[in-house]
Design a protein around this ligand. Sequence first.
Ligand code: NG1
Length: 535
Amino acid sequence: MSGPVPIANSLEDIYTRDALDTQTKRWNNLLSKFESTYGHQPEFVSRSPGRVNIIGEHIDYSLYSVLPMAITADTIIAVSTHLPAPKEGTFRIQIANVQDSKFKSREFDILYDSVDIDATVHEWTNYFKSGLRGALELLRKKHGADFKPKSMQILMDGTVPAGGGLSSSAAFVTASALAVMAANGEQTVDKKELTELAIVSERAVGVNSGGMDQSASVFSERGSALFVSFTPTLLARPVSFPPTTPELTFLIAQSFVTADKFVTGPIHYNLRVVECTLAAAYLNAVLNPPGTLLPGDASPLGISLHGFHETYFALSEHNSGATSSKSITEQLEHLLELTKQTLTKEEGYTRSEIAAVLGLPSTSELDQKFTSRFPVRAERFKLRQRAIHVFSEALRVLKLMDLLETSSSSSSSSSSSSSSTTSTAEDLNSRLGALLNETQDSCREVYECSCEEIDRICAIARQAGSYGSRLTGAGWGGCSVHLVPADKVNNVKEALEREYYSKLELTEEQREGAVVVSKPGSGSALYLGGKEGLA
Ligand code: NG1
């Protein structure tokens, strides 16, 4: 799946047929607004989508594999480089948003070699700047330290709801980085390079993010979900859901509870990243031989539960002289047991308790190592619960992949009657759904990243015919995803309207977008035909 980001020749290369009318209008609006803002047409448009995560929640930053898919909603960025540089050693960025009453236009003069981002303020252009910073680092690696970035005029339009769990930030950062690469003459942009730079640069905005969103945004292919693994290196491959009758659909339902990772990071997202990292360090200190150091890796704080996992089995098998390795599933089951026996404190661990086990002289060293990058607010760290969620969720991803893989091989070899095919499909769908439901239980009870509204939405949807319902993305609000047979979609929609949305005060637009059936969409693309228009 690696290779360059595709160059789209028309919107048909990007969107499914049902989305073309709306998207053509939207792109034409972007192009004409660009012209009225800057007085000329753009040279190209970069595009990256949001994503919905099917399974594998809050485990990407512990470097376990996940299964997201891209959605139609996206960020599109029209660009020209007609702007002269302001003065020697600097370049200029003029940036505007189609929703200009909400997101004010800005202008920056930036030094060739340093893009300042103030992560303490909540400013929409920070996401562009973080893509810019990452892309410039890559360009300097390719062209040398003297590389002179071009000035850019930019107009952006985003349709992924912010704080909605569909990864508006990754869509914006990857589309920005891609735009900067193309503006500086690189139209052949390697997908893996783009993803890796976006993962690292998005952390500059103040969130210790994993790599799932950027991977899904860049690598996705129309019609397929995406299996993403992070070690030993970033890999993404398309995965198909078996065709069933009735067809299986993914329904995305908004809770309209906005969960902003930037604002709530210290008690939610960033705190979970710290808890998982501390759990890895703690388990290593107790279960591995004294003095064992966990390997440095690509996780946000540089060591991870996955790193502990690998080190633990490498050392224990080596010491026992064992020749046969456990399967990954058996290893994860074993780790779950070990975690329950080792991390016994349900109420969580204080800083001094953790520092003592890690052999650190005081809690300041602990803070310096684990919480200085982004601050967290907690008296106790729930290491037991977080590690249990991560290992059990990693297991559920493998079980779901196993179900998909065995069902696709058995459906290609089966010649069974239609009634037994229907019951097999029913059985498969129920088992897939059960895994999603288990994820939701774990997110609610163990990882504590759900909220009352999402729990209610899931209960309503299941009652109305969803096989499996759960939060998607970071949680604490945002969106939910539901595995629903096509003949139950209306049932589920009606039940949600009756029992949830009708009780909220929503605009017409919100009501229309509250529940959508989402087909797996395509990933990042560059569109170079801006001069001719799209109509
Ligand atoms: P959202 O908030 O849905 O974009 C976040 C992280 C992901 C992943 C999920 C939880 C960022 C950009 N994204 O997704 O990497 O950790 O939460 O599975 O921080």
